[in-house]
Design a protein around this ligand. Sequence first.
Ligand code: ZN
Length: 131
Amino acid sequence: MPKPKRPRSSVKTAIAGKPQRRARPIENFHAHVYYDAATREQAQKLCAAAGKQFGVKVGRMHDNPVGPHPRGSCQLTVEIDRFAEVVPWLILHRGALTIFAHAQTGDALKDHTDHVLWLGPSEKLKLSALS
Ligand code: ZN
């Protein structure tokens, strides 16, 4: 039995104007809670609360910039099946904290540029740290 013909164009190609490679699957998400000295305690409480409420993995408090992150941060690792609960909770509880969330697909550059979600104003990452 012949395979049904695939349509020659998809929504993706129509939007982008050129064929796209299929994106790698998402393994999980990171939510990096940014802070400085004045907001450290608030960030720590938010991360601890997220860990307690959702069982997300909470990283250590990095008071100084680490990797591509421009300032202090604490990393939450959010599994795919918790994303829809954790992100709305972060939206409602982040206060004035900025949170940089991104997918983890194994393509570090894309994950920190294209596969991103900012809660609060976006900040400039040090992308050179990814190569
Ligand atoms: Zn990350």
